[in-house]
Design a protein around this ligand. Structure first.
Ligand code: SGN
Ligand code: CA
Length: 520
């Protein structure tokens, strides 16, 4: 018989051994869990990624991700605007559930997010770059974000609550901070990094090394650039996002300050404050770069269609120059991973907060449920899982991102999340659509005057309801990829129309969207 003392010692020893075993299992599991970098740029159109095949520009570093990953040709957002998209990604819930419906909302940071779930399970977490959710980030060991939209030149950052101005160009700085954090992170844990560029958001200010990139290029003008919107509802005619009519001379088009007053429209004071962030040397370089083409523009006295096309070219060049810096920096981050032996165990997700119009329908900006803004680029590279390029037509949505990331990390998906993990698709175990129909709701009828709408998209059709106007649009995407012909109330589509309406109501109910009341 053991005496009491020996018994206590035995119990302590067994408990200690079990604890060690548990710790080992835990750290092994932790070590095997993949690192995840979620890269999201702001307003990066899929048309401006060469892997998507539009032939407009070259993005070799993003393309390299696609070479070893899955490229989604049909990834969509639920509400095509910045803050809402970010909130959807963090929560795995639609805007009406996570509470962030438009850019004037404030994110309730106390709610469950993918960052918090990863953090609680042993990941070290950081968010760097654009944030745009107003409240302070929660669930991150480190955060260093632009206030609001952020600036391209010498931008402010808020680092763990402390705001300061940093010298440099935003796209490069966001990467500098990301690399610094990766270097200094707690290396005993897997990491989750949210790396979010401000670029290529309006007002498209390139970095000096790219001032002359595309100087000799003429971008092809989209076939529907001179769209007069006559075949659709009144919504398309009421918008204020036309390159020809709504871009401002200084802020958007970078024409000189000393223009006659009548040609100056809005936003010029914003431009002055943004431009004043440049140092005198930077201003000099800027003016030297833009002066020759501005002078040529003034001499040419363009008007009508020629003037519209000139604006389109200036817009595209500046936009694509900003994209070039984004691509360079994806390359820098990937080089860092490789040099530090992290490339084999780090999943990369590259995406944008939404799509963007590059002149289609005559537009810049986003917001609409039309394809260019509803669709977003999505490339997922998962070492050991996605080893060669796969292009998929499967429909996924940004409400699936949180669920997918959790499954990648081996974590359970909370039942209150509304999307679906597309890990089986990444593993090649699932073919076909992740969703047969996608639900959409846009709320922010303010800047750019895009009417509020809900809608659904199936493989072939899209139904949109501008509910405050009670106007409807229906598109047959197989016959009309550019969405130029509204076939709502066309008797040939009567059956489709009824089915789509029914499906819209079903999804609205399934996702518990209380607004608006739609009468079938
Ligand atoms: C700013 C821009 C808009 C843009 C919104 C939303 N105007 O308000 O053109 O649509 O951001 O963009 S600006 O005069 O300030 O440039 S988002 O990506 O943040 O949603
Ligand atoms: Ca955006």
């Amino acid at each position: 018989m053991m005496n009491k003392h020996t018994q206590v010692i035995r119990i302590i020893m067994i408990a200690t051994l079990q604890l060690f075993a548990l710790r080992n299992t835990f750290s092994q599991a932790t070590a095997q869990r993949p690192n995840i970098i979620y890269m999201m740029s702001d307003d990066h159109a899929y048309q401006a990624i060469s892997a998507y095949g539009y032939g407009l520009n070259q993005t070799p570093n993003i393309d390299k991700l696609a070479e070893q990953g899955v490229l989604f040709k049909r990834a969509y957002v639920t509400n095509s605007i910045c803050g809402p998209s970010r909130a959807v990604m963090l929560t795995g819930k639609f805007s009406h559930v996570n509470g962030f419906t438009d850019n004037h909302s404030t994110f309730d940071g106390n709610q469950q997010t993918v960052a918090k779930l990863l953090h609680n399970s042993g990941y070290t977490t950081a968010v760097i770059g654009k944030w745009h959710l107003v409240s302070d980030p929660q669930g991150f060991d480190y955060w260093n974000v632009h206030p609001g939209q952020g600036d391209y030149y010498n931008p402010d950052f808020i680092e763990n609550g402390i705001r300061k101005r940093v010298e440099g160009y935003s796209t490069n700085l966001v990467t500098d901070f990301a690399i610094k954090w990766l270097d200094q992170r707690d290396k005993s844990k897997p990491f989750f990094l949210i790396y979010q560029q401000k670029a290529p958001h309006r007002n498209w200010m390139p970095e000096p090394k790219y001032y002359h990139l595309f100087d000799s290029v003429q971008f092809p003008v989209p076939a529907n650039f001179f769209d007069d919107y006559s075949t659709r509802t009144s919504a398309a005619r009421e918008q204020e996002m036309e390159i020809a009519r709504h871009m401002t001379d200084t802020y958007d088009l970078k024409l000189a300050f000393d223009l006659p007053k009548e040609s100056q429209r809005g936003l010029n004071s914003l431009w002055t404050s943004i431009y004043n962030r440049l140092t005198p040397e930077e201003k000099q370089k800027w003016e030297e770069a833009y002066k020759p083409s501005n002078d040529a523009f003034y001499k040419a006295h363009l008007s009508g269609k020629e003037l519209a096309i000139w604006k389109y070219q200036r817009y595209m060049k500046d936009y694509m120059r900003c994209v070039q810096s984004v691509d360079d920096n994806v390359g820098r981050l990937m080089d860092y991973l490789k040099a530090n032996g992290l490339d084999k165990n780090t999943i990369i997700i590259y995406t944008s907060d939404q799509g963007f119009f590059l002149g289609e329908h005559g537009w810049f900006d986003k917001r609409w449920m039309y394809e260019e803004s509803f669709r977003t680029p999505l490339i997922v590279k998962w070492p050991g899982v996605t080893n060669k390029k796969v292009v998929t037509e499967s429909m996924v949505q940004n409400v699936d991102f949180a669920e997918t990331i959790l499954e990648m990390a081996g974590l359970p998906i909370p039942t209150d999340m509304q999307g679906k993990s597309f890990v089986p698709l990444l593993k090649g175990k699932q073919k076909g659509n992740v969703h047969d129909a996608l639900y959409y709701h846009f709320y922010e009828n303010q800047e750019h005057k895009v009417a509020k709408h809900i809608g659904i998209r199936t493989d072939r059709y899209k139904l949109i309801c501008f509910y405050e106007k009670n106007e409807w649009e229906l598109y047959d995407l197989q016959k009309d990829k550019s969405e130029m012909h509204n076939v709502y109330n066309d008797p040939a589509y009567g059956k489709v129309q009824a089915e789509m309406k029914q499906k819209l109501l079903e999804l609205k109910k399934q996702y518990k969207d209380p607004v608006p009341e739609i009468i079938p």
